[in-house]
Design a protein around this ligand. Sequence first.
Ligand SMILES: Cc1ncc(COP(=O)(O)O)c(C=O)c1O
Length: 361
Amino acid sequence: MKRVYNFSAGPACMPEWVLEKAAGEMLNYNNTGMSVMEMSHRSADYQAIIDTAEARLRRLMNIPDDYTVLFLQGGGSLQFTMVPLNLMTKKADVINTGQWTKKAIAEHKKLGEVNVVASSAEDTFSYIPKIKQEDLSEDSDYVYICENNTIYGTKYKELPPHEGKMLVADLSSCILSEPIDVTKYDLIFAGAQKNLGPAGVTIVILKNELLDIADQDKLPSMLSYKVHAKNGSMFNTPPTYAIYMVGLTFQWLEEVIGGVEEMQKINLKKAKMLYDYIDSSKLFANNVAKEDRSYMNVPFVTGDPELDKKFVAEAKEAGIVNIKGHRSVGGMRASIYNAMPIEGVEALIDFMKKFEKENGE
Ligand SMILES: Cc1ncc(COP(=O)(O)O)c(C=O)c1O
């Protein structure tokens, strides 16, 4: 069996260690005589799985005790609604850096007032707008950002000012890729299918005190962080298998990689290799402001859509798959999440060099 190098933006490649461990435990998990998929979420065995996953995430991210960790459903997209429903009393300040903040803005507008503080839309979202405290609304509850923009390949290297306001961040495509100071955020969310595991579970990390902002009598139960917190993420049947897989990814990060600092070193190495080659290439270009470049999603183009198409097709033949750019921007995009090994990025660069030799001027 030959596995490919899968550069998909999500659902994305997962660590082989995780897949092999899951395969080994598939038919008989921990001598229960059944797979995790067949297990009651109310069983002691399953409780241990979700508790261990949460404990590992808390260690990996240094999450303080006054923060709640939730395992929810509905993807990153449901958070575009749950965040305002639970936290917005007057207004939200949103920085528009692409598709995923545009969608968040649209959902916020259905529920209240939104101030789009800044936007890089006029320049195809190729940079992160830098804002000042005085750009924020006086009466906003929070500043909302998408920390890593999966489609456009930009990333905040510094958080925006947000004095006197909460900070809400969508970390769907960068969570656990580097150490962060959780105490600088009030709420973090991330869909799992990029850096954490399979689709189906969304991690939400929020300050405990935020659970009491919304009027619980008016909030649908399934959309209330407080309801999920009170029930240990088991108000209803949680996505049990996805949570188990995410827990295995946390174990891999802790025991195989050696923690998030080590993961960051590998990620920086992979990103540097790829950007260095692109910058030296006469055929390929990355059009993102250098200081805002993502370490996880690297878009690039040849400048000729026909040649881009040829690249994608020939890459596939060479075992380099899902390298096509998002339909809204075209070109190519290499998503090099935690699970993409250095060898995958080396294989991609070798292939790009060969392609450049054969197709460059
Ligand atoms: C940064 C970011 N936020 C949110 C989403 C939406 O996630 P979902 O499809 O899980 O709703 C995505 C999906 O790619 C994303 O990249």
